[in-house]
Design a protein around this ligand. Structure first.
Ligand code: FNR
Length: 369
């Protein structure tokens, strides 16, 4: 199959992308001291940039209390902003675009990351029961029961997102993506399994969606709607989330996001949450009618399935995760139908150069994407 649609241009908000192979946000847990993106990060993102291509940089905490894993980068200190500036410069030098994914982990965090060893915060005091938390010194431990945010603390959280967005602007990003997926704070508020609040942030769909929409409005204030995207995993259950009526919930969310006029929605297709390997029925198609704008899909795509998704109108662009980890020149390889480097799961998280910047690019090619 010719991948002609995957390699056709796409207007995404303010930007003209040259092709539709997007690098998905990928946590690699290799930030330096102070959770600062280091020279390896600059090299890694620079290797993966392509002219007119879009990278969505890894989930990045908006404040120290938003952090939930060791060595994940932040966007709340001057040194972090400086570290990210080197990354965005490297991507721009190759003619690429780069958005930053803004992250608050909520109850997935652990007290070892929290100022004064406090408990992590969440919509409700319900612990994650499956899997384990990682402490600041990389030890797997059971998740703690989080502390429910007080109503008057929620504006402070929204302000942290706003400040993260401002810092991302200073760091030279081209836009921001709200991390509203994979069981972190925003999704903890959205879903019935993790939100049992009785105030204006819990109960009805309108109330559970309120935080996502208020945070998105804050990002739009800083960046303009045409440089803001929102990532969601409507049918995901990773981190013990799940909603009683996802179609109704996301119908509401997507309708309101369309009114805010954000540049894109980015949906992860349902899959087994723990291994991220098994593909489940493609329920996201049921949400397509509620989203009139640009739609990015992610989850288990190949070049051919991405092309088919775009041809059929299921998606406008496709984000690739694991294949982008292993193939710095993934767009070029897909375009040429070249073989892909296999990925090594053991080096996904933590470590240094191995499995990060040492996957080889193709040699001796005169083609460019
Ligand atoms: C992820 N994923 C992810 N998602 C997200 O929104 N923010 C993140 O920081 C991360 N981090 C991350 C790290 C690693 C090592 C993996 C494998 C995955 C999910 C990722 O963006 C993508 O949705 C999935 O990997 C599915 O796409 P692929 O890998 O099948 O193309």
């Amino acid at each position: 199959m010719s991948l002609s649609r995957l390699f056709s241009p796409l207007r995404l908000g303010r930007y003209d992308l040259a092709h539709r192979v997007i690098m998905a946000p990928l946590t690699r847990m290799r930030a330096g001291g102070g959770n600062v993106p280091n020279d390896l990060a600059r090299e890694y993102y620079g290797q993966r940039a392509s002219s007119g291509g879009l990278i969505i940089a890894e989930a990045t905490q908006i404040s120290s209390s938003a952090q939930g894993y060791p060595a994940t980068p932040g966007i709340h200190s001057a040194a972090q902003v400086e570290g990210w500036k080197k990354v965005t410069d490297a991507v721009h030098a190759k003619g690429g675009f780069i958005f930053l994914q803004l992250w608050h982990t909520g109850r997935s965090s652990h007290s070892s990351f929290q100022p004064n060893g406090a408990l992590p915060v969440a919509p409700s005091p319900i612990a994650i029961k499956s899997g384990t938390a990682l402490t600041a010194d990389w030890k797997p431990v059971p998740y703690e029961t989080p502390r429910a945010l007080e109503l008057d603390e929620i504006p402070i959280i929204i302000e942290s997102y706003r400040q993260g967005a401002r810092n991302a602007l200073v760091a030279g990003f081209d836009g921001v993506e709200l991390h509203g997926a994979n069981g972190y704070l925003i999704e903890q508020f959205l879903h019935t399994r993790s939100n049992q609040r009785t105030d204006i942030y819990g109960g009805s769909i309108e109330n559970r969606a309120r935080l996502l929409l208020e945070v998105t409005a804050a990002l739009v204030d800083v960046w303009g709607a045409d440089r803001v995207g929102v990532r969601m995993s409507p049918f995901g259950t990773y981190n013990d989330v799940g909603d009683a009526d996802p179609i109704a919930l996301y119908r509401h969310v997507l309708t309101r996001l369309a009114e805010l006029d954000v540049a894109y929605a980015h949906l992860i297709e349902a899959r087994d949450g723990t291994s991220m390997e098994i593909e489940a029925p493609q329920d996201v198609d049921q949400l397509r009618p509620f989203w009139p704008k640009t739609l990015i899909l992610a989850g288990g795509f190949t070049g051919e399935s991405a092309e088919a998704a775009i041809r059929s109108g299921r998606a406008d662009a496709v984000a690739f995760g694991r294949w982008f980890i292993a193939n710095p020149d993934l767009p070029l390889r897909l375009r040429l139908g070249a073989p892909l480097n296999p990925y090594d799961r053991s080096t996904f998280y933590g470590g240094a150069a191995a499995g990060y910047v040492d996957y080889p690019a193709m040699k001796n090619t005169q083609f460019a994407v």
